[in-house]
Design a protein around this ligand. Sequence first.
Ligand code: OSB
Ligand code: MG
Length: 368
Amino acid sequence: MKINKLTLHVISMPLKKPFVTHLQTVEKREAIIVEVQDTDGLTGLGEAVAFSTPWYTEETVKTCYHMIKDVLFPLVEKAPFSHPKEIGQRFKQVRGNPMAKASLEMALWDLYARQHNKPLWTILNGTRNKILAGAVVGAPSLNEMVMQASDLVDEGYERIKVKISPGADIELLKVIRSEFPHLSLLADANSAYTLEDTKHLNELDEFQLEMIEQPLGVKDLVEHSILQKEMKTPICLDESIVTPEDMKSAIYLNSCGVVNIKLGRVGGYTNALEIYRLCQENLKKVWCGGMIEFGVSRAHNLALASLEGFSIPGDISSSSKYWDEDIIDTPIVVNHGYVDRLEGPGIGVELNKKRMIEVTEFKEVIEI
Ligand code: OSB
Ligand code: MG
């Protein structure tokens, strides 16, 4: 593969309604759509999923832009390669910055699949023809949380995740459970608790949650291990797992029963596949996380979640959950908890040029 053109599209779109977590309320989403082109004129697409401010991880849209343009792309174009995995390896010489790395690596995997005229899921050895999907609720009040959860169930979602934090947990779960006694339900705390809350967290065991996601701090692998011994509800790690080495530590310590794998958070497919393999070998369940993302990243998530081990529905919602109009030509649609896998070459979607013009804030083309 020889890459001779990179296009960075910085886009911005308002969410249909604000997405609320205890850390941040997201009302408008910025992202970078990364487009690479090879010497035959074929293109591949990726998406940098960092937010405008560093509330979820350290990266931002601006740090990603700098890293992609000034550090990572020079590593891609300096020498030819035959498989995008080699780029995943090349990127290991750069510390951190997983979302920037992932965006460019994703684009190269898409391009690689298109060069072979195959869907990306076949390149990844995916087997699922229906991808398991669920939706997430993050709203400003208990009433609004319950209303949105109820709307999503009416829309056909069969697995719902709710954001929780101290003071916005037990009451909420009580109400949701009484309305939907059999719903597959998850709670995501985004590190809102500490080990001092162990007694309180124990009270969540009665709600038959599929799992509790990231109750404790990002670096708290030891603390999660202690908490898991005290709680019946399985712990799922999100923010704590960035590298395969983090995963090895979590396995060794038994810090979780489940892992939410996000391409962006872990730095792309090379790491995601390695973390997936470690989970398979050590009986940790996995599912595909979400980042309030646009269609390019959604299509990549579908390719990843086509792997056999993604046996739990992911945070894979329809394009219409957050967007009036997505940036891809065929929006992603969840139907009764599933999305049909995409059959076109690469990620199986193209950019909607008209929509891209409407939402682009800044665009730069780098030609070699
Ligand atoms: O913690 O999983 C998370 C959104 C942004 C950042 C972090 C998280 C989330 C979500 C929403 O939970 C997932 C989605 O619907 O895209
Ligand atoms: Mg999470």
